[in-house]
Design a protein around this ligand. Structure first.
Ligand code: CAA
Length: 511
């Protein structure tokens, strides 16, 4: 059988429709590869905004010494901004569509493309949430319609998901995978299902983080620090939501919720409220964080914690595994007395916390429960300093918390405070995502290797979720998830059968 796959060298003229956050990045990327780009927007003002964003990105690359002035001018010379769609796409070998995520807009556009494009042109949509099958179904040549899903920032993130519908020809999918490689990306091929690989795993985790914030389990900074320091991710979930855009994120969650149901995808009310308030994140100047001022505002509570006095003595209840030995040495080295047992005057009692068990039980056993703080160290094992989770049972006194925070600051620890709930902050966020990843494997949608590649290249994970699961130990993950399920009553935390089976058998997902 002869293949009709179009080679990347045959794709010289590319039309990019929609110059928003993603479209302008994609146009930049394609023009950088030496191809001619027609950059299309519906109005002159949107066109100007998109081109300004694209120019700013190139200027930044010049300033950082990554691009010469001449190369920037050559790239810009290859981009022709227009607002006439029909004229813009007439010669295109490939059209990449990145317009707003509204099906009626897409259908109208694709009807126009049907008339205006060459019959052999490939039409690729960058949609992150809509059904590509539905988009393709309304066109005359659905075999040449597929998804080409980039990640924000498009010039930086290495992954591209190539999505085939039941109507997409294998040649189209193959041609897009080859073009993606030619643009310096790594393609992963998947079928058309809501969220594909990355968004189906990323968004429930982001949503979980918003729930932790809105139920006052942790501050936004601590939630972000737990993911960035505890898991080694490039940015915390709330910062990432602000980067992606809260409106886009809400729309993606709604689609996932409609397709899969269940609590993991039901958008957290706080996310909806921020969208109602038009606080869309970085692009609108404010979301979970405020980008209009260079220094983040600190709350009165932050101030009280930072200014609390460092205690003169600390009771440290040694555990059998010696988990607190190093901490004891650090505290002593800082000139603070370490007592092996609490006295009524101690004021701060530290116990080793275990994400599978309540610190409260240890606090009650020690006595003086209002003075007790649990401590749990997590790290990525890459030699970077890990995270200290200061775990606070509800009975811990505010003054005790302040002392523990002040002590951690004196010792130079990367510390967060967490409520006394199974998994604390880091493992609760991570293990729930690992469970989602195993569900995806169980459903036969993607292999463990593809899932790990997608999350590493699409979201900058240092290790993929299934590798992290193996490293944490499937049996350990199952125990924490079961405890999360028991405490919250949320069935989404029930370990999926494949995970439970691997945990029992001692099998790993990545060998
Ligand atoms: N455009 C172009 N280049 C950019 C950029 C942008 N918007 N932002 C950063 N860069 C470049 C920088 O110029 C720099 O390049 P060099 O190394 O060549 O100098 C490089 O990226 C690193 O940037 P910084 O040093 O400024 O910042 P950083 O190291 O903190 O990295 C980041 C920034 C790449 C965004 C990193 O934090 C990261 O990987 N974050 C995770 C992003 C992520 O998860 N994206 C996926 C979101 S989901 C999605 O997009 C799908 C969807 O459908 C919604």
């Amino acid at each position: 059988m002869t293949s009709n796959v179009i080679r990347p060298a045959d794709i010289r003229d590319v039309a990019v429709i929609g110059l928003g956050l993603m479209g302008s990045g994609i146009a930049e990327l394609v023009a950088r590869s030496g191809r001619r780009v027609v950059a299309i927007e519906i109005s002159q003002s949107f066109l100007d905004q998109g081109m300004a964003r694209l120019r700013a990105s190139l200027d930044k690359a010049v300033t950082r010494g990554k691009l010469t002035d001449t190369a920037r001018e050559e790239i810009l010379a290859r981009i022709r901004p227009v607002h006439d769609i029909a004229a813009g796409v007439a010669d295109a070998d490939l059209v990449i569509e990145a317009i707003p995520e509204r099906m009626e807009l897409k259908r109208t556009l694709y009807a126009e493309l049907d008339q205006a494009c060459r019959a052999d042109a490939i039409l690729a949509t960058n949609t992150s949430s809509l059904s590509i099958t539905e988009i393709a179904g309304g066109t005359r040549h659905p075999a040449r319609v597929a998804g080409l899903h980039f990640f924000n920032p498009a010039p930086v993130m290495k992954l591209v998901e190539v999505i085939s519908t039941v109507l997409t020809s294998p040649d189209t999918a193959e041609a897009l995978a080859l073009v993606a490689r030619d643009l310096g990306k790594t393609p992963v091929q998947v079928s058309d299902r809501a969220g594909f690989i990355v968004n189906a795993l990323l968004f429930p985790y982001l949503n979980h983080a918003v729930r932790l914030l809105e139920t006052a389990q942790a501050t936004r900074e601590d939630i972000d620090k737990a993911a960035a320091v505890g898991l080694g991710l490039p940015m915390g979930p709330l910062t990432l939501l602000d980067l992606i855009g809260l409106d886009t994120s809400l729309a993606i969650l709604e689609v996932l919720q409609a397709e899969f149901g269940g609590t993991r995808y039901a958008p957290a009310p706080l996310l909806r409220k921020l969208c109602d308030a038009r606080l869309f994140g970085r692009k609108s100047g404010r979301g979970f964080y405020d980008y209009r001022h260079s220094t983040p505002a600190t709350t009165a509570e932050d101030h009280d914690l930072v200014s609390a006095p460092v205690p003169g003595e600390v009771a440290l209840i040694k555990d059998q595994d010696g988990l607190l030995d190093e901490l004891a040495s650090q505290i002593t080295a800082a000139g603070i007395s370490v007592l092996p047992q609490p006295s009524p005057e101690t004021g701060l009692i530290i116990v080793a916390a275990d994400p599978k068990h309540r610190v409260l039980d240890a606090a009650l056993a020690v006595g003086h429960p209002a003075d007790v703080v649990g401590i749990y160290f997590t790290g990525t094992g890459d030699g970077k300093p890990g995270l200290a989770e200061l775990v606070l049972p509800d009975v811990t006194a505010a003054a005790t918390r302040a002392k523990a925070v002040a002590l951690a600051a004196r010792l130079g620890l990367h510390a967060v405070t967490s409520p006394d709930r199974p998994g604390f902050l880091t493992e609760a966020l991570a293990f729930a995502q690992f469970n989602d990843a195993v569900r995806m494997v169980q459903e036969g949608f993607a292999s463990p290797a593809d899932i790990d590649t997608a999350m590493m290249l699409g979201c900058g994970y240092p290790r993929g979720p299934l590798q992290m699961l193996d490293d944490a130990g499937p049996a350990n993950v199952v125990t924490v998830l079961e405890a999360m399920h028991t405490t919250t009553g949320d069935p989404a935390f029930t370990p999926v059968p494949l995970l439970a089976e691997y945990a029992t058998a001692g099998t790993r997902f990545r060998s």
